[in-house]
Design a protein around this ligand. Structure first.
Ligand code: ATP
Ligand code: PRP
Ligand code: NIO
Ligand code: MG
Length: 567
């Protein structure tokens, strides 16, 4: 089946750039550099989130941008008003003709793991055009890769638990929200609450309800209808009466008194169940959490929190009791409830309480599926919370995560850069006091070398003029800057990382769909040793250069570094 390729967000257009790209374009044009042939590398220098891997994402959007890279009449008009008046008219004529037809773009496969210094993309073509692409390509890759990496880390922490992205309300604006939904799905989330993202990207959309829904009901008199038809056949029954009868039966199990259960909450749950008898999911923390949370130490303090001594199920006494009453009433009519959402309090403890109650009810009333009700947790969850919950032991099987996922709390930007490495066949190097900022000169290729067991051993950068490493042949891999650090590798598999995606004005290889990119993230992560992926003090993955590139880099460095004078 051929995939319908989705359109691009309208704000991705040539003027979505920094002014200096256009002023440089004019200066390049004035100095007769329009025909100069350039090679730029797009790469990052450090993995985000104190981790040792990054997921590369955003490639398809970059290619769509190249497809439509063209300055419109109104763009040119705007530039005429904005740039200084001395700009020659011919430059605008030139600008109105530019396109990406002479650009060639090589990239790592979208969804692959990637490492510092290894180009995610190599962009070649007329200097003036390739320079004009810089900021837009960076903005399309930086957040996408950061977000996909963040999501992949949450996925690793959460194992098989379901993960839903709930961040739109907290994201960096509407566009950030959409990107967050898309790239968190790629990184390993199961879906989003963002409906437009669902429509645009064909991502599963999911959701529960807000506290406002519960608090909008005061009591049973707010219910206009309480009747529900059984799932299979038969007369409609009064769901409220059924639930009330279950509530009285359950009171001993919950060890609560009837007055502790909120009738407004029960009314809300009844009405939601009538609207969605097959999708009944209930937010259960509206009325009890205050009492509970005052026993909890604050979020920033050391976990585990001081838990109440009593093992009676006093927590969420209203919410859990009301939920179970409605779920059992639905069961009488042949429907299966989905589960609950916990949005405050000690999520580990409360999930254990809830699961224990579900198990007791399942056994007592012989309803096997009641044991498997979903327990979703939300409320400022981050990677550390999930890891800490895992250590404590919990019965959560689904997380709804917003703020910290979409804002990438632990590191809000990935520092991808775009550097000129070759011009008209001559290598370019950018020197820096900071060795990490010295660029790798010249047109390069990148290879990933794998061990017999299938693990990635090293990423090797070579000059493009060198032959690729051979399977089962010894390759010398050198640290780019430390002479004594080198190792021989005999690869069982060699993967060419940079392949051509854009040439002669068109996308030139089949692009994977979102689902396939999502799968690639997981298969690519599997090639990394566990110590590279661990949360605390992970081992860095080795990125090496060939002997030839090492010598080339260091000769050029010496050639370009001015010799100082001591005085
Ligand atoms: N067992 C747990 N281990 C680690 N972190 C937890 C655990 N339970 C909850 N958390 C986290 O602790 C924080 C609790 O936040 P906070 O102190 O604001 O309490 P709250 O339950 O939201 O209270 P309230 O809604 O009454 O203000 C959240 O970030 C939540 O994800
Ligand atoms: O906590 P996040 O990871 O950002 O997840 C999304 C949050 O958004 C919703 O409520 P909101 O925070 O708007 O209000 P509430 O916390 O007061 O319920 C939801 O209940 C979550 O708490
Ligand atoms: O559907 C939900 O439960 C939801 C959606 C967005 C934010 N918080 C919760
Ligand atoms: Mg909240």
């Amino acid at each position: 089946m051929t995939e319908r390729r989705l359109g691009q967000n309208g704000i991705v257009q040539p003027l979505l750039t920094d002014l200096y790209q256009i002023t440089m374009a004019y200066a390049y044009w004035k100095s007769g550099k329009t025909k100069d042939y350039s090679v730029f590398d797009l790469f990052f220098r450090k993995n985000p989130f104190q981790g040792e891997f990054t997921i590369f994402a955003g490639l398809e959007e970059c290619l769509k941008f190249l497809e439509k890279f063209h300055y419109s009449i109104s763009d040119i008009e705007y530039l005429k008003q904005t740039l200084p008046p001395n700009i020659e008219e011919e430059f605008y004529e030139f600008l109105s003709t530019v396109s990406a037809k002479d650009v060639t773009l090589y990239a790592i496969a979208e969804g692959s793991v990637a490492f510092p210094r290894v180009p995610l993309m190599r962009v070649e073509g007329p200097l003036i055009i390739v320079q004009l692409l810089e900021t837009t390509l960076l903005t399309l890759v930086n957040y996408a890769s950061l977000m996909a990496t963040n999501a992949a880390r949450y996925r690793m922490a959460a194992g098989n638990m379901k993960l839903f992205e709930f961040g739109l309300r907290r994201a960096q604006g509407p566009d950030g929200g959409l990107s967050a939904s898309k790239y968190s799905y790629i990184g390993g989330f199961d879906g989003t609450s963002n409906v437009l993202a669902g429509k645009l990207f064909n991502i599963p959309v999911k959701g529960t309800h807000a506290h406002a829904y519960i608090t909008s009901f005061n009591g049973f008199t707010d219910l206009r209808n309480t009747m529900l038809q059984p799932k299979q056949e038969g007369e409609s029954r009064d769901l409220l009466q059924l639930a009330l009868s279950w509530r009285s039966n359950l009171i001993p199990t919950f060890k609560v008194v009837a007055s502790e259960a909120s009738d407004g909450e029960l009314a809300a749950l009844i009405s939601f169940a009538i609207a969605f008898p097959d999708g009944f999911m209930a937010l259960v923390d509206t009325y009890d959490v205050k009492r509970y949370s005052c026993r909890m130490t604050h979020a920033t303090s050391v976990w585990p929190v001081t838990l109440p001594n009593t093992q009676s199920h006093n927590e969420y006494r209203s919410g859990l009791l009301n939920f179970c009453s409605v779920a059992l009433a639905l069961n009488d009519l042949g429907y299966r409830a989905i589960g609950i959402r916990l949005d405050s309090g000690d999520l580990a403890y409360l999930s254990n309480v809830a699961r224990q109650l579900f198990n007791e009810i399942s056994e007592k009333y012989d309803i096997p599926w009641f044991e498997d009700l979903m327990i979703m947790a939300s409320n400022d969850i981050n990677e550390e919370t999930i890891l800490s919950l895992n250590e404590q032991g919990h019965k959560i099987n689904c997380f709804g995560i917003g703020t910290h996922l979409v804002t990438c709390q632990r590191q809000p930007a990935l520092g991808c850069v775009y550097k000129l490495v070759e011009l008209n066949g001559q290598p370019r190097i950018k020197l820096s006091q900071d060795v990490a900022k010295v660029t790798m000169p010249g047109r390069k290729d990148a290879y990933r070398l794998y061990s017999e067991s299938g693990h990635a051993l090293v990423d090797l950068l070579q000059r493009s003029t060198e032959p690729p490493p051979d399977i089962n042949e010894k390759v010398l891999c050198r640290h780019p800057f430390i002479e004594s650090k080198r190792a021989y590798v005999i690869p069982s598999r060699v993967e060419k990382l940079l392949t051509v995606y854009w040439k002669d004005g068109a996308i030139c290889q089949a692009l994977p769909n979102l689902q396939q990119i999502k799968e690639r993230v997981q298969t690519s992560l599997k090639t990394l040793r566990p110590d590279i992926k661990r949360n605390l003090n992970p081992t860095p993955f080795k990125v090496a250069v060939s002997d030839c590139l090492y010598t080339f880099l260091h000769d050029l460095w010496l050639e370009n570094a001015p010799i100082g004078e001591l005085s």
